[in-house]
Design a protein around this ligand. Sequence first.
Ligand code: PLP
Ligand code: COI
Length: 339
Amino acid sequence: MPNIDWKNLSFGYTKTKYNVRTYFRDGKWGALEASSEETINLHMAATALHYGQEAFEGLKVFRGKDGAIRVFRWEENAKRLQRSAEAIMMEPVPSELFKKAMVKVVKMNEEYIPPYGTGSSLYLRPLLIGSGAQVGVKPANEYLFMIFVTPVGPYFKEGFKPVDMELVRDFDRAAPQGTGNVKVGGNYAASLKATMRAHDEGYAASIFLDSKTKTYIDEAGPANFFGIKEGKYITPESSSILPSITNMSLRVLAKDMGLTVEQRHVRADELDTFDEVGACGTAAVISPIKRIHDRDTDKNYLYCKDGNAGPISTKLYESLQGIQMGEIDDTHNWNMIIE
Ligand code: PLP
Ligand code: COI
């Protein structure tokens, strides 16, 4: 066992033993190779470096109560990586290749899967980049697909404790017909200034509004937004937000709990009417929000008035984590066990 303080891991990089890599060259994917190198040898004219041909994924592997190793809804990540590839003209990675790489990298790093009960998990970071050289603005004809893994704790240091977020209008994360709905690096570059300013001012993340009208809630930093009121789970519909697999799963669990699910435009001024609000994503799972500060109007929207996450967010969080850890029946068949 590596010497890791599993219970106190943050969401960061810890070196593991191996990563796996394969190249698309001359019209086909080559052999999948394991590497213990943390670096990539890349042509200086690679399109990833100049023209942003880069997409990634993020998914988690859990050690269950029964000792089994579970990966959550990997097919959805594989499909999303294919959509990201298509959006920026990269070679898509077939789901079977994605699966083979994932199983190989998890098995080769088994000792880095955090023990059950520590609150940590093994985060998988699949990466697809244009590695071929181009100087004109065109797609590469060579691609590198790789997956590295790293054991992680909660994304927001607060874990499931409510956080503050800030509503911003002076930065756009993504354009309505741009790449906000796929997981490409450029979206994150565009969010850095707002995010770092939010951190400096004591907020966990910035909440972006739709870029065109600045009326509707788009993304809650690196996560989707949801609100709860009147027996409803409400989450934004938008062409510029990433279709979150966590959100997709929470909508199903919310229905299972008897809530009505609405996926529609959510006006910023509707924030006043929610009983509970939160951000959701693989890294954060659910991050309950206790205060949203509107940077322009200075208005504060307050939730979690007793300091704790609301009852519905808590139940959703426990259900999702329970399924991921093998404590609750996986009735929707979301887990794949890696043997
Ligand atoms: N929104 C953004 C911008 C993200 O980066 C992520 C993380 O992947 C999410 C939402 C949540 O998506 P998922 O639940 O699939 O991890
Ligand atoms: C997520 O998994 O929810 C993320 O947003 C990943 C993030 C580190 C980009």
